[in-house]
Design a protein. Structure first.
Length: 142
C-alpha cells in the first residue's frame, strides 16, 4: 500500500490547481535537474495497521518543498497549497482506501545560496479494499 499511496500522491500533486502549477517538478525523490520551486517525497515508512478482516498500513510520509528567495513569507501561499492538496487527497484508490490523513509536523530551513526548504510530514492510515478472513496470514505487503 505504501508504494501505491506514494504513486497516487504524486499524481494528485502533479495535477493540482494554482499555485501548485508553479512547481517545476513533483518527484518521488530529489530531481537531478530542476529549478525551484520543486517538490519531492523525502521519506516514507509504514507499519501494520490491519484489522481482523482487512489488511492495513499506517504510513508516515514526508514531502519537501524547495524554494529560492530571501523572504520566507513570499512562498507561504505555495506551502499552504501543498499542505491543503495533501489533506484533500481522495480517500478511495485502486486496492485501498484512506481512513485518515493527519498533519504531524513541519520544518523550514534556510540553506546556502538563498535556498529554502520546507518539510511537511503526515500520518496516513489505509485499509485494503479486499476483505478476507485473516490478513495476517495473507500476503499483505503487496
Amino acid at each position: 500500500m505504501e508504494i501505491a499511496l506514494r504513486a497516487a500522491l504524486l499524481r494528485w500533486l502533479r495535477n493540482g490547481p494554482a499555485p501548485l502549477d508553479q512547481l517545476t517538478a513533483v518527484e518521488e525523490e530529489a530531481p537531478a535537474r530542476a529549478t525551484t520551486p520543486w517538490l519531492a517525497i523525502a521519506a516514507s515508512a509504514s507499519t501494520d495497521w490491519s484489522t481482523k478482516d482487512r489488511a492495513g498500513r499506517e504510513i508516515r510520509l514526508a514531502v519537501e518543498l524547495h524554494l529560492r528567495g530571501s523572504e520566507p513569507e513570499s512562498d507561504a501561499a505555495l506551502v499552504r497549497a501543498v499542505a491543503a492538496r495533501i489533506e484533500d487527497l481522495p480517500r478511495q484508490h485502486s486496492g485501498f482506501h484512506l481512513t485518515t490523513v493527519r498533519f504531524l509536523r513541519a520544518r523550514s530551513e534556510r540553506r546556502s545560496h538563498n535556498r529554502r526548504a520546507t518539510l511537511l510530514e503526515y500520518r496516513i492510515r489505509c485499509l485494503s479494499n479486499d476483505g478476507g478472513n485473516n490478513p495476517i496470514t495473507k500476503e499483505i505487503y503487496r
